[in-house]
Design a protein around this ligand. Structure first.
Ligand code: SF4
Length: 113
């Protein structure tokens, strides 16, 4: 059983991997959230920061075909695509030049082709 003071002490003294695993299984989620919020307020206060990023999808072809997904297309579908490394590079450079992005995310489906 852990208490909110156990969590606060761990935050002050440093958390090991085994501490984190124990906290995730033994502690009340609201206590975890409360201490996380306290730590955030201590470190950043009310300051909000943002990162200007771009998300590039290399392919929307996906074999998983999750029922909740509106993104994927099966291989051979007229809307299916695969972007080449050159197209991705061009898109990143264009996003940097036009919007000043400093972070890149690369997403895509499970395309086995
Ligand atoms: S793209 Fe992601 S969410 Fe969509 S079908 Fe594939 S694995 Fe599922």
């Amino acid at each position: 059983m852990c208490t909110i003071n156990d969590l606060r002490n761990a935050v002050i003294n440093g958390i090991t991997k085994s501490d984190a695993e124990e906290f995730m299984t033994e502690c009340d989620f609201k206590d975890l959230a409360r201490v996380a919020n306290e730590l955030t307020r201590k470190i950043t206060g009310d300051t909000v920061t943002v990162v200007n990023n771009v998300v590039i999808n290399y392919s929307n072809i996906c074999v998983a075909q999750c029922p909740i997904c509106a993104f994927y297309r099966p291989k051979g579908h007229p809307e299916a695509y695969v972007r080449t490394p050159e197209e991705i590079t061009k898109g990143v450079l264009e996003a940097k030049a036009r919007f000043g992005v400093t972070e890149l995310h690369i997403n895509g489906g499970f395309n086995q082709t």
